[in-house]
Write a protein that binds this ligand. Structure first.
Ligand code: SAH
Ligand code: MG
Length: 212
């Protein structure tokens, strides 16, 4: 795991969080990298969102960390049953069942389950091919001034291969499709006049967009 943070005193982990980090490593669960986490938590510390929507719970690691920064409500969506069961267990162990609302559903079909909530922040961290769909589906629920944070914008360093034809063609067809989709999402985000967007080379690439 890449970790370029020069200085941070905000990445202390509880024993449960250490366990989740270990579980993620052993089971190849792609939890957010430390650098990205430090940035995500800094956004939360500054903006103090009351309601956060997360797309892609996995084992609940980022949901737990986000909920703890300033006691936000986190609504988090996961479609994989194994992940969901881990998340249920972990959120309960963390004593955050009151703050974290776990939604077991494909995020493309879960709109009605959260459409009664007004969100201050949306964290997109699920299937890379679907970022545009997630963004278009859920940002109508985002307040003016609200923040969208997207993780894995670099798609494990693969997005930049779009400018390197040889390396690009060496990828499998499905990876090439994902690279193209992620690159198209970059363009859309930066072209979207309803948001101020910056893309940061932090962790696996973090985009921060603020709704005008
Ligand atoms: N946010 C987590 C990591 C999420 S990994 C953390 O940093 O701790 C991405 C997760 O998104 C996986 O568990 C995957 O099952 C889930 N996912 C992918 N596409 C999804 C979709 N369309 N709807 C719901 N969950 C999805
Ligand atoms: Mg991620």
């Amino acid at each position: 795991m890449k970790n370029n943070i020069l200085f941070s005193n905000s990445l202390e982990f509880s024993p449960l969080e250490e366990e989740l980090r270990e579980y993620a490593k052993l089971n190849n669960v792609p939890i957010i990298q430390d650098e990205g986490l430090a940035m995500l938590e800094m956004v939360i510390r500054l903006y103090k969102p009351k309601n956060i929507l997360e797309i892609g719970t996995a084992i609940g690691y980022s949901a737990i960390r986000m909920a703890k920064v300033c006691n936000s409500n986190v609504y988090t969506i996961e479609r994989n049953e194994l992940m969901e069961n881990e998340a249920i267990k972990n959120v309960s162990k963390a004593n955050l069942s009151n703050n974290i609302h776990l939604i077991f559903k494909d995020a493309l079909e879960a709109y009605d389950l959260v459409s009664n909530v007004e969100f201050d922040m949306i964290f997109i961290d699920a299937a890379k091919a679907q970022y545009m769909k997630f963004f278009n589906l859920y940002t109508p629920l985002l307040k003016k001034g609200g923040v969208v944070v997207c993780d894995n914008m670099a798609f494990h360093g693969l997005v930049e291969l779009i400018n390197d034809e040889k390396a690009y063609m060496e990828q499998s067809r499905s990876v090439r499709g994902l690279i193209r989709k992620m690159a198209a999402f970059h363009d859309e985000l930066l072209k979207n006049d309803d948001y101020y967007t910056s893309l940061f080379e932090v962790g696996d690439g973090i985009a921060i967009s603020v709704k005008k």
